[in-house]
Write a protein that binds this ligand. Structure first.
Ligand SMILES: [Zn+2]
Length: 81
């Protein structure tokens, strides 16, 4: 792979770089970027009781938790590479 494109905001979402409790309808742009980079490297969305993972497919609204990889994300990458 030499390059990849990631599209943000395909459904008119709002983003912020500094999420707070008052940002109830905004996505943390850094968390979304990390999540989408995971897709670039071959990881898939994960649903269920794994909301601590960057690759959790459910909402990452007003949260910075997905800015860094969790152990399960790292294990997923190690499984691929
Ligand atoms: Zn995803």
């Amino acid at each position: 792979m030499r390059e990849a494109d990631v599209r943000f905001d395909t459904a008119d979402h709002d983003f912020t770089n500094k999420p707070t409790a008052s940002c109830s309808n905004k996505y943390d742009v850094r968390s979304v970027g990390t999540h989408e980079a995971g897709h670039v490297f071959g990881l898939k969305d994960i649903y269920g009781a794994h909301d601590n993972l960057t690759m959790c497919g459910s909402s990452i609204l007003y949260s910075t938790r997905a800015r860094t990889l969790a152990k399960g994300d790292v294990l997923g990458l190690r499984n691929i590479y």
